[in-house]
Write a protein of this length. Structure first.
Length: 279
């Protein structure tokens, strides 16, 4: 597995592989890799010959200094996971190489970023779209793989590559969960025992709403409320909302393919999750 640290090296490596006829995939991450990331790598390997994983804790997308400072960093484990998963190359740029002192560009997607995570975390999405633009430009992948776990992020990034004519196929990989249903997240390690036990009520609420949908309920207020009510009292809910998967606009009647988005905070730790309505 090649480890590269500059955009130039990454670009040279990717172009040489593409010239050699290989299909290149990029899996962007912030490290602290878990089974969710591993499954993204696996999906990338199904679509491409040469899989690049990037690990960069992107300060620009943290609207909260403490969240950035306490974000888990497990580089040695991450490298071992990438090696054992058959990753072809790992891109681990330093902060200085990603954002030198002279850096002064910001990439913004409007519309889709106005609500939900965009409203609750000012500046978050411009941090995401700026770094992902840099990663896509440097690695010029044929495909890029992201998790459904961050559903709004995927919708925003799909719009970004569409609007900027970035020639990459965007692939969304399913959310990987703990056995009890909690969506895997690098931030879960911060949950204490009690919070961890209560956090499971988030996915229980989402699945409860899905079951109601599958039994014929279409009224979104009722479906939103069902998910909200299942949530443990200790969870401060930010939003529980069924939206259209493309526009992220509210719908009054739920359809197959709509998404129930959730965000809430427990013990100061923000957790997000979502579920796509299926028949
Ligand atoms: P992160 O390192 O948390 O920024 O996430 C990097 C990528 O992994 C993003 O595309 C996330 O959506 C994805 N991801 C995070 N958690 C999960 C999960 N539980 N299942 C699937 N993908 C995930």
């Amino acid at each position: 597995m090649r480890i590269v640290e500059t955009a130039r090296e990454l670009s040279d490596l990717s172009h040489s592989k593409k010239q050699g006829g290989l299909k290149v995939a990029l899996v962007p991450t912030m490290g602290a890799l878990h089974e969710g990331h591993r499954s993204l790598i696996h999906v990338a390997q199904q679509h491409a010959d040469f899989v690049i994983v990037s690990i960069f804790v992107n300060r620009l997308q943290f609207n909260n200094e403490e969240d950035f400072e306490t974000y888990p960093v497990t580089l040695d484990d991450d490298i071992a996971i990438c090696r054992s998963s058959g990753v072809s190359a790992l891109y681990m740029p330093s902060s200085k190489s990603m954002y030198p002192d002279s850096f002064g560009t910001s990439v913004e997607v409007s519309g889709l970023t106005a609500r939900f995570e965009g409203a609750s975390r000012p500046g978050h999405f411009s941090g995401v779209t700026t770094v992902v633009t840099k990663l896509l430009t440097a690695s010029a992948p044929d495909i890029a793989v992201f998790g459904q776990k961050d559903f709004q992020q995927f919708a925003v990034l799909r719009k970004l590559v569409d609007d900027l004519d970035i020639p990459v196929e965007m692939v969304m990989a399913p959310t990987i969960r703990e056995e009890d249903g909690l969506a895997l997240s690098s931030r879960n390690v911060r949950l204490n025992k009690d919070s961890r036990r209560r956090a499971v009520s988030i996915s229980q609420g989402l699945f409860h709403s899905l079951t109601l949908f599958q039994s014929g309920v279409r009224d979104t207020q009722e479906l939103n409320e069902a998910a909200r009510k299942s949530c443990a009292d200790e969870i401060a809910i930010d939003y529980v909302q069924i939206v259209d998967a493309q526009t992220l606009e509210n719908v009054s009647e739920a359809h197959v393919g709509d998404v129930l988005l959730f965000a809430g905070t427990i013990d100061g730790i923000r957790l997000i999750d979502n579920i796509i309505f299926t028949a």
